[in-house]
Design a protein around this ligand. Structure first.
Ligand SMILES: Cc1cc2nc3c(=O)[nH]c(=O)nc-3n(C[C@H](O)[C@H](O)[C@H](O)COP(=O)(O)OP(=O)(O)OC[C@H]3O[C@@H](n4cnc5c(N)ncnc54)[C@H](O)[C@@H]3O)c2cc1C
Length: 304
């Protein structure tokens, strides 16, 4: 019997219906709506169960990948051989004075909404980012001049030895779309944001204004993963792509958005291959024209 079959049997005795899925199509779990099946998906609803899952995965030496809402993720069409650990079961949000403590799988926008309801300011920038708290910490997500680095107090993570460790803002090494979480393959299970007391109406109108700007500028009616590329030093990816004449460039069902050239969108039943072809073409043309290498912000996993 293969290791993965033995793992499946052992997992079934720990995880109930709804917490574990087999041959699960990843297109149902990515905002791009692309991706073939993963062998196993586990959605643990407690830290203990998450650690148990990791223990078993390591025991059988099976590859794994941690995900939140898949809003910055492309899974290739052949899917993922191994286990996808989806953290969205850890979705609690607790408000304590000026702090918000949220599970790694809590929705970032729900967390920002909770801040609003408690008249806590500083998290408005995050209200339109469609990921989880863990994904946002891993990516140091940011928008409209704010980033996770500005508000995070600490994050509790599981390390490679399966220990729970608490990392402060400084420990987390946060920089543009980067963190120690990515460097060391940590799993963020909980984070604490430190906010300031503010005025409910002002926070609300600030959030509404930022979301209005998003709706106006971004192709939110098509599946995507937001900005496909990181901002290259000294440039804007969208402007370079637009100036390369690539707005509307299409391959299969994937396209460079006409509304915002920094977004590759799933225009019509795109496969992951279509999306990756568009990304490659954009990188090649922008490099040819401007000598700038565009790096993807989006994470790419799986097999063709
Ligand atoms: C319409 C749209 C708009 C967007 N706007 C913005 C924006 O303004 N600013 C911005 O920064 N991003 C934006 N994004 C991208 C995305 O929402 C963020 O990167 C978000 O933080 C990803 O969170 P996630 O839970 O979806 O992570 P996933 O896509 O599931 O994973 C992304 C990465 O984070 C890691 N990860 C996820 N959860 C954990 C965890 N608990 N522990 C450790 N690692 C983890 C994964 O391994 C992977 O490497 C946008 C996306 C879309 C679709």
């Amino acid at each position: 019997m293969m290791n993965i079959d033995e793992l499946k049997i052992e997992l079934k005795s720990f995880f109930g219906e709804g917490e574990i899925k087999f041959d699960e199509p990843m297109r149902n779990h990515t905002s791009f709506k692309v991706g073939g099946p993963c062998d196993i998906m586990i959605i643990p609803n407690s830290k203990e169960k998450l650690i148990k899952a990791l223990e078993l995965i390591k025991k059988y030496n099976i590859p794994y990948f941690i995900m939140g809402k898949g809003s910055n993720l492309i899974v290739k069409d052949g899917g993922f051989r191994g286990v996808i650990l989806k953290l969205t079961g850890l979705d609690y949000i607790i408000v304590k004075d000026n702090n918000i403590i949220a599970g790694g799988g809590a929705s970032l926008s729900n967390t920002a909404r909770e801040a609003l309801l408690n008249s806590l300011k500083g998290m408005e920038f995050a209200s339109g980012i469609p990921g989880t708290v863990g994904g946002a910490v891993a990516m140091n997500a940011g928008a409209y001049g704010g980033e996770i680095k500005d508000i995070i107090e600490w994050a509790e993570c599981v390390n490679d030895n399966l220990e729970l460790i608490k990392l402060t803002k400084e420990d987390l090494n946060l920089s543009y779309r980067h963190s120690r979480v990515q460097e060391e393959n940590l799993v963020v299970v909980e984070a604490c944001f430190n906010l300031d007391k503010g005025n409910y109406d002002e926070i609300k109108s600030n959030m509404e204004e930022l979301n209005r700007r998003r709706i106006e500028k971004q192709p939110l009616n098509y599946p995507s993963a937001g900005s496909t590329f990181k901002r290259p030093t000294g440039y804007f990816a969208g402007k370079l792509i637009e100036d390369s004449g690539l707005k509307g460039y299409r391959y299969g069902g994937a396209m460079v958005s006409e509304k915002h050239a920094g977004f590759v969108i799933n225009y019509e039943n795109a496969t992951a291959k279509d999306v990756l072809e568009v990304i490659k073409h954009v990188q090649d043309v922008v490099y040819e024209k401007f000598g700038v290498k565009l790096e993807t912000e989006v994470k790419i996993i799986g097999e063709d």
